[in-house]
Design a protein around this ligand. Structure first.
Ligand SMILES: CCCCCCCCCCCCCCCCCCCCCC(=O)SCCNC(=O)CCNC(=O)[C@H](O)C(C)(C)COP(=O)(O)OP(=O)(O)OC[C@H]1O[C@@H](n2cnc3c(N)ncnc32)[C@H](O)[C@@H]1OP(=O)(O)O
Ligand SMILES: Cc1cc2nc3c(=O)[nH]c(=O)nc-3n(C[C@H](O)[C@H](O)[C@H](O)COP(=O)(O)OP(=O)(O)OC[C@H]3O[C@@H](n4cnc5c(N)ncnc54)[C@H](O)[C@@H]3O)c2cc1C
Length: 675
């Protein structure tokens, strides 16, 4: 293999950017990470985890088969888990395991190329068991998963049903004679299909199945089922299990299928914290049916956070590349500029940087509501659950779809080289887009938000109190005119809320008139689906507007330097202006904006791009990803993009032989036959 051509020096163009920045990237990084202590800890852990990684093997992932990627992903996941255990023993002896605090921390990003086959176990299963087991059950089998003595996954989706959980076909029939449940997947469509790590990386799993007692259905419940022998890892009798095949991305995650044929488990393996089946066959229902769905609420919060990270990764790669690539003189006699000097290029990069920041901040507010609601639930109070469900859906949907579009825009911003696997943009894209489907398909979740908005609108009409994040609906009912557009940040937040409320009102009107024409609630909701999803999307956007504005203009500003505050203000300005322009059709429908107001917005957009231009590289440096995490020939810290692209091509297995086999087997014989 050819020797590496990557210099040890930093590309002067990118160095110039860093020297000219108006603020400290380290201060940004500390703010982004949640404080200096946390940043220090994160960097320390990341360095430890990445210390002896075989980086070259990771880089070669694009040249590996499905099976090889799975093996590499498993090996890397176990290596990371082992190191985290060791680190915790060294630094925090006798303390808690590190992984629960780290599983959704960006330091974990990029450690397991191809996706973590134990990701669903960490992110969902442990949390589902904690929330759904009795304390005795958690001691008996939950802890074993938490300690990684055994491995498992969250098996809910089936070949025939993912969205409509009440339609799941897997059955768990109670057999009072043996005090057991008998589990079956009666048809091909009832096979569990998709759970991460189910294929070959789990020996236990949580199975969502329809509970039957005395042949009477009690709805979906959760069961803890052993699927493989703990010693040999062979499937147990009655279990048909394997990998569902290669996917667009997350290739190493080992998403699997599971068929169950008369699999018997003890009665005590139904997760009984909220609903119970007693030995005599009596059934005690849950105080709230939707508690079974709580693990999904939490995972939606994780996804909103994670997809903001994916967008930040793509923004880092594209921004650094745009600082070192030079092309096309702006004035004929001048040298070729850094492509970031083309204003249209800035318009591709900077809005996505601002969007990653916006979603990270909105997610932090969402986590706050999650913690409050979790505390309430443990005290038997469920009032804020609908609000949390709706908001977690809103951020999951808007962040996954915006990040997907944003990553693709950033890939295009890298020109041809963005299309190389080694840019890592393709991988980030397929990971981001998966989140539009998993944990609730986005349209389906928008409809859930729409349902909540309809209820809230109806409640407000009757004067009933509303949850804090929808109180603006009542305000708009009281004051149905917007007043003046002034274009201040607060005014823009109010405008987005106003548009969301007005869209909600329109959907409510359509729904009501359909109901009054005699349609059933369900049919009327289906026919009003488009308006409901539009209102739902705007509701989510209004929340992001307000949480970003609160962070930048609120009391936290006092904890930051003036220079960092100025950068955050520029990012907020860009975010609010570009989003208002993107949704202008909705704003104009309900709010009186003049042509001068629109021209002013366009001027503000162009002005703030210019203000952000000198700080762009420093901001993405502040996202604080290591080169290993970015895994990109275009986006490394040193900016040596061409040398890395060249190096990757030289190491391409195809270039290790001067003549490929197909020349002798196909090409040459064909050409000879044409002579
Ligand atoms: C140690 C070292 C290592 C360190 C660690 C290393 C770690 C490394 C990790 C690396 C990073 C990882 C990256 C991220 C990974 C993420 C992975 C995720 C993978 C993806 C997993 C999945 O993909 S897993 C399957 C998800 N599958 C769904 O998501 C189904 C959607 N389908 C539904 O969710 C329902 O089925 C649907 C539609 C609501 C209708 O349900 P339905 O028909 O029963 O209900 P209705 O619509 O009739 O609603 C009836 C009433 O329930 C209310 N309600 C409904 N849901 C509610 C809820 N959740 N909470 C509260 N309330 C709820 C509703 O609002 C109504 O309320 P009301 O009556 O008051 O209006
Ligand atoms: C990468 C990945 C990882 C996954 N990991 C897991 C896992 O670990 N565990 C697990 O259990 N599952 C997992 N899943 C499955 C995932 O949760 C489901 O695919 C997801 O919930 C969507 O359900 P579906 O596939 O049934 O889509 P469908 O519901 O079939 O969606 C198809 C279309 O129908 C529309 N549609 C469906 N219902 C309605 C409705 N009521 N109103 C309007 N439109 C509707 C949708 O909007 C969509 O356009 C994973 C999926 C992926 C892609």
């Amino acid at each position: 293999m050819a020797p590496s051509v990557i210099p040890t020096t930093v590309n002067p163009d990118i160095q110039k950017e860093r020297n000219a920045a108006s603020f400290s990237s380290d201060e940004f990084a500390a703010w982004w990470s949640g404080g200096e202590e946390k940043l220090k800890f994160n960097r320390d852990v990341r360095e430890y985890l990445q210390k002896d990684m075989d980086v070259e093997e990771v880089r070669q992932i694009h040249n590996k088969s499905h099976e090889e990627i799975y093996e590499l992903s498993s090996k890397s996941a176990i290596a990371a888990a082992r190191k985290l255990q060791r680190l915790q023993k060294e630094r925090n002896p006798g303390g808690n395991d590190y992984w629960p605090a780290l599983y959704d921390n960006q330091v974990m990003w990029g450690l397991v190329p191809g996706g973590n086959p134990f990701g669903v176990m960490y992110v969902m299963l442990v949390k589902a068991l904690q929330a759904q087991c009795t304390p005795e059950q958690y001691e008996e089998f939950g802890k074993r998963i938490e300690n990684f003595e055994v491995c498992g996954t969250y098996a809910q989706t089936e070949l025939g049903h993912g969205t409509y959980l009440r339609g799941l076909e897997t059955r768990a029939d109670f057999d009072p004679k043996t005090d057991e449940f008998v589990l079956n997947t009666p048809k091909i469509s009832s096979y569990k299909w998709w759970p991460g790590g189910l294929g070959h990386s789990s020996n236990h799993c949580m199975v969502m199945a329809q509970l039957y007692v005395d042949n009477k259905p009690k709805g979906p419940h959760m069961f803890y089922v052993q699927v493989r022998d703990e010693e040999t890892h062979e499937p147990l009798p009655g279990i048909h299990i394997g990998d569902i095949g290669k996917k667009m991305g997350f290739i190493g995650v080992n998403n699997g299928f599971l068929g169950l044929k008369n699999v018997r488990i003890p009665r005590t393996r139904m997760l009984m914290r909220h609903a119970q089946v007693n030995a005599d066959g009596s059934y005690v229902s849950s105080p709230s049916n939707v508690l079974t769905y709580f693990a999904m609420v939490r995972t939606r919060c994780v996804i909103a956070w994670n997809n903001a990270v994916m967008l930040a990764i793509a923004a880092t790669i594209a921004t650094r590349y745009s600082a070192v690539r030079r092309q096309s003189p702006i004035n004929p006699k001048e040298p070729e500029p850094q492509i970031m000097d083309h204003v249209t290029q800035q318009m591709k990069l900077f809005p996505e940087i601002a969007t990653s920041v916006a979603y990270r901040l909105a997610s932090a507010h969402l986590w706050n509501l999650y913690d409050i609601t979790l505390g309430d639930i443990s005290n038997g109070r469920y009032e804020r659950l609908p609000e949390l469900h709706s908001l977690s859906c809103a951020l999951k949907v808007n962040c996954s779809s915006d990040s997907t579009i944003g990553v693709e825009r950033l890939r295009l911003a890298c020109g041809g080289h963005g299309y190389l696997s080694s840019s890592n943009m393709g991988n980030v894209y397929v990971n981001a887009t998966a989140a539009c489907t998993y944990e609730g398909e986005n349209t389906v979740l928008l409809l859930q938000i729409g349902r909540f908005l309809m209820k809230s609108w109806r409640a407000a009409l009757s004067g009933a109190p509303l949850a804090p994040t929808v109180r603006y609906l009542a305000e708009v009912q009281k004051k149905p005119e917007f007043g003046s557009w002034t274009g201040t940040w607060d005014n823009m937040v109010q405008a987005m809320q106003f548009a969301a409320a007005k869209k909600t009102a329109l959907a409510f009107k359509s729904l009501s008139s359909r109901l009054s024409r005699g349609e059933t609630e369900e049919t009327a909701a289906n026919h009003t689906g488009i308006e409901l999803t539009q209102a739902a999307e705007l509701h989510g956007r209004a929340f992001v507007f307000s949480s970003f504005t609160d962070e930048v203009t609120g009391p936290n500003a006092r904890t930051r330097s003036a220079a960092l505050n100025q950068v955050l203000e520029n990012l907020l300005e860009l975010y609010l202006v570009k989003e208002s322009l993107n949704h202008m059709a909705n704003l104009l429908r309900f709010i009186n904006l003049t042509d001068t107001d629109l021209t002013r917005l366009q001027d503000r957009l162009e002005t703030v791009l210019t203000k952000l231009r000198p700080d762009a590289v420093a901001i993405v440096d502040g996202f604080d990803f290591s080169d290993v995490q970015l895994n990109s020939t275009l986006g490394s810290f040193d900016g040596n993009a061409y040398e890395r692209i060249f190096d990757a091509a030289m190491k391409n297995p195809m270039n290790q032989k001067s003549v490929p086999k197909s020349f002798h087997e196909h090409l040459k014989p064909f050409m000879k036959s044409n002579i």
